[in-house]
Design a protein around this ligand. Structure first.
Ligand code: PGA
Length: 272
């Protein structure tokens, strides 16, 4: 298999409608020694896929430093690998940035864009990315042939003010690029206040918000919204994954902290 195109195996399972998708976001965690965690995920996912042809599709987004090695380790398997952001431009004088084309060159299948830790203001350690910035990064991913995982979600103050559904609907309208389809785009709804906190919305809140996201996707993309997965993210753990993943409108999960331990991540995959 060429390393300059998304793994056909991962693309194939993502292309199967109705199949759950579980993505691990390692954030700025993992040295080379953590590669054996990924190896355990790959072999565990292979066992599950062999036992159940409808097992969840699985991908891991390690830090960019581990991407090439993980892509090599996942070669010719069903497990996808991806980056955690990309620059909108393909190349140029952008010190420290990584383009979508470079991610494809390493064997990447997907790219997370618009995570709340990047949307956060620079004064809070984020990159101050706006909805327009997020849409440009997702479009860059599409240009290069990557699946874009577009993240969005409300703050605690917005939830408390009863504005969560309006906020995520506006984010969908402005963060999705033209040309988004089920084959190239996944949306991850991640309430900011649930990320890394151990707190999660109620199942009713998750379902209502996912319905709002899907309605906004239909308004933004028309017929192309059909089948686009909406993942839930924010404190998904082995102990709550089955309940969250059974909620109506939840098509998978974006998992942070619990994706750093192979046994926890595999338990979440089992819950899907
Ligand atoms: P968490 O992170 O699972 O550690 O809450 C989720 C995310 O930020 O994608």
């Amino acid at each position: 298999m060429s390393s300059d195109a998304p793994s056909p195996l991962f693309s194939h399972v993502v292309g199967e409608r109705g199949r759950a998708l579980i993505i691990g976001n390692w954030k700025m965690n993992g040295l080379l020694a953590a590669s054996d965690v990924f190896d355990r995920v790959v072999s565990g996912a292979a066992e599950r896929a062999a036992a159940d042809p409808r097992a969840a599709a699985v991908a891991v987004c390690p830090p960019a430093t581990l991407l090439a090695g993980f892509a090599e380790r996942a070669r010719a398997t069903l497990v996808g690998v991806g980056a955690q952001t990309c620059h909108p431009e393909p190349a140029g004088a952008r010190t420290g940035e990584i383009s979508a084309e470079m991610i494809v060159d390493l064997g990447g299948d997907l790219v997370i864009v618009g995570h709340s830790e990047r949307r956060a203001p620079k004064a809070e350690g984020g990159a101050g990315e706006t909805d327009a910035d997020v849409a440009a990064r997702a479009a860059a991913g599409h240009r290069a042939g990557l699946i874009a995982v577009v993240c969005l979600g409300e703050s605690e103050a917005e939830r408390d003010a009863g504005r969560a559904e309006a906020v995520v609907s506006a984010q969908v309208a402005a963060s999705l690029p033209d040309g988004a389809t089920v084959a190239n785009t996944v949306v991850a709804y991640e309430p900011i206040w649930a990320i890394g906190t151990g707190r999660t919305p109620t199942l009713q809140e998750i379902t209502a918000t996912h319905e709002a996201v899907k309605a906004a996707l239909a308004a933004r993309l028309g017929a192309n919204a059909d089948g686009v997965r909406v993942l839930y993210g924010g404190s998904v753990k082995p102990g709550n994954a089955a309940e969250i993943l059974s909620a109506r409108g939840v098509d998978g999960a974006l998992v942070g902290g619990a994706s750093l331990k192979a046994e926890d991540f595999l338990a979440i995959i089992d819950a899907a």
